[in-house]
Design a binder for this molecule. Structure first.
Ligand code: GCU
Length: 445
């Protein structure tokens, strides 16, 4: 009898689990279908019938993405950030202010989309506040919700979720680093790394941390583009061809968090940094370019669409980014570079986006390609930093002083634009210590 009950309960749990799995598979299928439909609609609006397929991220697939450096560079030169569109040279800081506008316009119209002129306001509410222990540091922890005014279109509700903590011991307002964070369900929690977490490291430094949840206000798929903040602004309609993509919308949320920090007496809003990994590394780059108030950036393994040269034929390609699984990160116009145009037709490249962060300090992080894989293209991210360096120099700052790829665990950390490839995989984890050391000279003065 006992065995029967155990068997029965195993069966029931198994059945429950498979229902959950089925439901989430169904939800995933329906998101993929709606995304494909919206993607198709954008292609029709662009007059595109067919796109070139991207290579596979699976290194043993027959159409695996290239990982042979000798085939990576189908171009002679990258576009020069210090030459105006009309061919004139950018010689001074004043020239750069004008050139910035040209570059920004290209990125807005062709890659990330335009920030809408009118975006509803946000009211922040602290929904939970308590003293908490993070490792050995006592901190003031807060959970906040940013309520977006939806009176223009009440059918769509948008709320921004954020958590943050600042050290209790601090004497005045503290610098803070905000991360675009994933929220992992309890069943999928990542194992705690050895040693202090990044939050504990920041708090021990006397700084605060914040975790902004991008998907709370804009879904990470094409199916969600008629909802979230993009959908609210468009009153539930499809995007126009130069409308903002999800990366820019996530960046908008980070700016609204910064608005909140300006009202929080525990935070020094002039010393707030933005960090993200992978797709959130791309979002951190976009956020920093759009928001001059961010004091420092930490872009980890951001790869294609982030700090990797679009033109490089190595790892992930524009064709992957423009597909129905990822096009939502960008403006619909970007799709055309996967057919009929090619990445070589882009009027700009990623180093010019990175240069738009100058003169503010930026840390580019990568994993070891032997561990992380080649999809992210560590060399491509390094080359982006090299090619953005002349802009830092023009503005009186220090870019990378070598174009020799350093490989693993050799940080190029002396300038204001720095690069370090750690020996781990697809994580920023091991680079937090180095980032904090780098950031000290800007945040602790
Ligand atoms: C995919 C995608 C990348 C992205 C990554 C991530 O691999 O192709 O562009 O950076 O997911 O966000 O984890």
């Amino acid at each position: 009898m006992r065995n029967f009950i155990i068997l029965l309960s195993c069966f029931c749990i198994g059945a429950q689990l498979s229902t959950v799995a089925q439901q989430s598979q169904q939800a995933r299928d329906s998101i993929a279908k709606l995304s494909r439909e919206d993607h198709q609609l954008m292609m029709e609006k662009l007059g595109i019938e067919e796109l070139r397929p991207g290579p596979s991220g699976n290194p043993s697939a027959p159409n695996a993405a290239n990982s042979d450096e000798s085939k990576a560079t189908p171009y002679k030169d990258l576009p020069n950030p210090l030459i105006f569109d009309n061919g004139a040279k950018v010689n001074s800081k004043k020239d750069w202010e004008k050139r910035k506008k040209e570059l920004k316009e290209h990125f807005d119209s062709e890659v990330y989309g335009r920030m809408p002129k009118h975006i509803p306001g946000v009211t922040w509410e602290i929904v939970e506040e308590k003293d908490s222990l993070f490792g050995e540091v006592h901190a003031r922890y807060k959970k906040l919700i940013g309520h977006v005014d939806n009176s223009s279109y009440p059918e769509i509700q948008v709320n921004i979720e954020m958590r943050m903590a600042t050290p209790i011991e601090s004497k005045g307002p503290v610098p803070l680093i905000m991360q675009f964070s994933w929220i992992w369900p309890a069943s999928m929690q990542r194992p705690k790394p050895e040693g202090p977490t990044w939050q504990e490291q920041l708090l021990s430094e006397g700084w605060g941390f914040a975790m902004l949840i991008p998907t709370s206000f804009q879904a990470d798929n094409g199916a969600g583009l008629r909802e979230g903040i993009i959908g609210l602004v468009n009153k539930g309609q499809a995007r126009k061809l130069d409308d903002w993509g999800t990366l820019k919308a996530w960046g908008w949320g980070a700016s609204r968090a910064l608005d909140y920090f300006e009202t929080d007496p525990l935070v020094n809003a002039k010393k707030v940094g933005i960090e993200g990994l992978s797709r959130y590394g791309k979002a951190a780059l976009v956020a920093m370019v759009d928001e001059p108030r961010f004091a420092i950036g930490f872009f980890a393994s951001s790869g294609a669409g982030g700090t990797k040269i679009f033109r490089r034929v190595y790892g992930e390609q524009v064709e992957n980014l423009a597909s129905s699984g990822e096009y939502h990160w960008f403006t619909p116009n970007f799709i055309k570079y996967a057919g009929p145009l090619t990445p070589l037709d882009l009027p700009i490249d990623a180093h010019e986006m990175l240069a738009l962060c100058a003169p503010r300090p930026v840390f580019i992080s990568s994993g070891d390609p032997n561990v992380e894989g080649h999809w992210i293209d560590a060399v491509g991210m390094f080359k982006t930093a090299v090619a953005a360096s002349p802009v830092y120099e023009l503005l009186g700052k220090k870019g990378l002083d070598t174009d020799q790829y350093p490989g693993t665990n050799v940080g190029l950390l002396n300038g204001d634009l720095v690069y370090r490839q750690h020996d781990g995989g697809h994580t920023e984890g091991p680079n937090w210590t180095y980032f904090i050391e780098f950031a000290r000279k800007y945040l602790n003065d």
